[in-house]
Design a protein around this ligand. Sequence first.
Ligand code: C5P
Length: 239
Amino acid sequence: MEKRALLYEGKAKRVYETDDAQFVWIEYKDSATAFNGEKKAQITGKGRLNNEITSLIFSKLEREGIASHFVKKLSETEQLVKKVKIIPLEVVVRNVAAGSFSKRLGIEEGKPLTRPIVEFYYKDDDLGDPLLIEDHIEELQLARKEEVAALKYKALHVNKVLSHLFLELGIRLIDFKLEFGKDAEGNIVLADEISPDTCRLWDANTSERLDKDVFRRDLGNLTEAYEKILARLGGPSHV
Ligand code: C5P
């Protein structure tokens, strides 16, 4: 497989064409951003950590019957994925109150929710990724009603598998964000990444933050936290 022209550069990744129209080549960058790009930094090793962690998680999900765009890891910072058309929704699942949920609703961070909650946000940087209700999604024609139901079902399935996986590793999955895309046949598949950039992960014993809140809230060393996640997932260590 050959890497060809740059198709798109996002905040955390670059996407390249390949010599096969079915696949794209993804490169994870070392840049960290938060608060819709207002806070920025270069963190050496972050691209490698997110690529390694995402590759391991997508492989584990595949074994549980959850299809994603992931094909294979190409290098420490690169992976090959199926080309999909991204649905412009961020699907957030929450098990424990935290972040914007706690802020918006005045609920103490760390309070377990009675059942997992699924939220949809509009993937639009200019609008600041606003929270959507289902009527908004239909009105803006971002997805059809039955597609919204499928996204919710798939997100809850991922939650079940990942919560269990992380708990076995002594980590609580507090919340996370997923993105989905449509493949050439129109099937909805999991896309983007699943990493400590897109999940809140707390040590089950100490509640130590092992995710991007370390960067957002200046809680310490981000790569040390991400290395702990990678090590517990059984990944290659650099420390
Ligand atoms: O900020 P908020 O509490 O809504 O985030 C919920 C979850 O979604 C967190 O795990 C966060 O890391 C993730 N998220 C993300 N990308 C965004 C917004 C949230 O990965 N643009």
